[in-house]
Ligand binder design. Structure first.
Ligand code: EPU
Length: 336
């Protein structure tokens, strides 16, 4: 089924929960519906964007076009040799419901990605990551629809060109494809990744299983990250910046406590949260928008913030970090 509604408040459809409007809001249940929708006059005559659960977006105002959303939500598992299980999930499956389902089946590979807001389609475009695992580590292939030709196309993992919070779908293929489903490769006897931060410490003496790791990750997230249903936010507002050796060496000498992580030949990843915190970001507010006190990388809609409040706060933070460290923070959140 296809459902198209007009002049819809997007408040429930993005996690900053601001009351901005879309001229049209269109949802579909099957691939055939999506093809029909893309051929319909309303899509031909208007610009459109496809959203998941809007957990990585900042609508800068009303959207005078069509906001598209998938309601395709099936999940299928197929056993393969060597304890491998292929899990195919459609684009509209809520990411954490997928993780919960896989963990309940005893399947390992995505338990570190527990509790991340969003849906399957967007997670494969964004290459979501947390606690030492990224979506790319478990994605086998991504099924897409070519928006122009309506042909289906499968991208294997290598063709997705994954990197930190990015893929070909955000670069050379931006706006060309809609992700319809994703196939993951999970394991009945996984090798767990427990080295990030205090994950192992929070696990304590609990036997290591997909379920215990999921519980530990959720406990850590709940301590540091705001629940978007309680206080609007879009997770990390900026990506962690990657800088060259020259700038890194200069900063490391001046700020020996600054966290840093190797990021390939001649490059170092810095912690955006640390830079923001130490550039005086803690407690900063503009209008109803605020820096979240327990994690400076998260901007929250504390009190009826307007999109302009969040954008102004983001700019204030970007410029204060640039002025102090010479590092330019780039948003992870997409401005629409
Ligand atoms: N830190 C501060 N001040 C703060 C918060 C953190 O100085 O207010 C320091 C911490 O002490 C630590 C460092 O910053 O040394 C890193 O902090 P954390 O482990 O919380 O991770 P992050 O780099 O800030 C990234 C992801 C998160 C993900 C966590 C855990 C990005 C942009 N963010 O945050 O992802 O949950 O690691 O893996 O890569 C998201 O993408 O929306 C997101 C929440």
């Amino acid at each position: 089924m296809i459902e198209i509604r007009e002049n819809i408040s997007l408040k429930p459809y993005h996690t900053f929960h601001m009351d901005v409007y879309a001229r049209y809001f269109a949802e579909y249940d099957t691939l055939a519906d999506l093809k029909e929708l893309l051929s319909s006059p309303v899509l031909k005559d208007n610009r459109f964007i496809h959203i998941g659960s809007g957990s990585n977006l900042l609508f800068t105002g009303n959207y005078n076009g069509v906001v598209l959303h998938s309601r395709m939500d099936s999940v299928e598992c197929t056993d393969a040799p060597d304890d491998v299980v292929y899990v195919r999930a459609e684009s509209g499956v809520v990411w954490d419901r997928l993780v919960e389902y896989c963990v309940a089946q005893g399947l390992g590979g995505i338990e570190n990605l527990s509790g991340i807001p969003g849906e399957v389609g967007a997670s494969a475009i964004q290459n979501i990551g947390a606690y030492g695992v990224e979506a790319k580590d478990v994605i086998h292939s991504v099924n897409c629809l070519d928006i122009r030709t309506l042909q289906e196309r499968v991208f294997d993992n290598a063709e997705c060109g994954y990197s930190y919070r990015s893929s070909v779908f955000k670069k050379e293929h931006k706006g060309k494809y809609i992700v319809t489903s994703v196939e993951y490769v999970l394991h009945r006897h996984p090798v767990f990744k427990l080295e990030y931060g205090n994950l192992r410490a929070v696990l304590g003496d609990a036997p290591v299983s997909p379920a215990s790791v999921r519980n530990a990750v959720i406990a850590i997230r709940n301590r540091k990250l705001p629940d978007p249903d309680v206080v609007g936010n879009a997770g990390s507002f900026f990506v962690n910046p990657v800088v060259g050796m020259e700038l890194y060496s200069k900063l490391a000498m001046q700020y020996p406590d600054m966290p840093s992580y190797p990021a390939g030949e001649g490059k170092v990843k810095l912690s955006a949260a640390w830079l923001i915190d130490h550039a005086g970001g803690h407690g900063k507010k503009v209008g109803g928008a605020a820096v979240y006190p327990k994690q400076c990388l998260v901007l929250v809609n504390e009190n009826n913030a307007s999109p302009g409040d969040v954008a102004a706060l983001a700019e204030l933070i970007r410029s204060s970090v640039y002025d102090k460290y010479g590092v330019n923070l780039v948003p992870e959140v997409n401005f629409i």
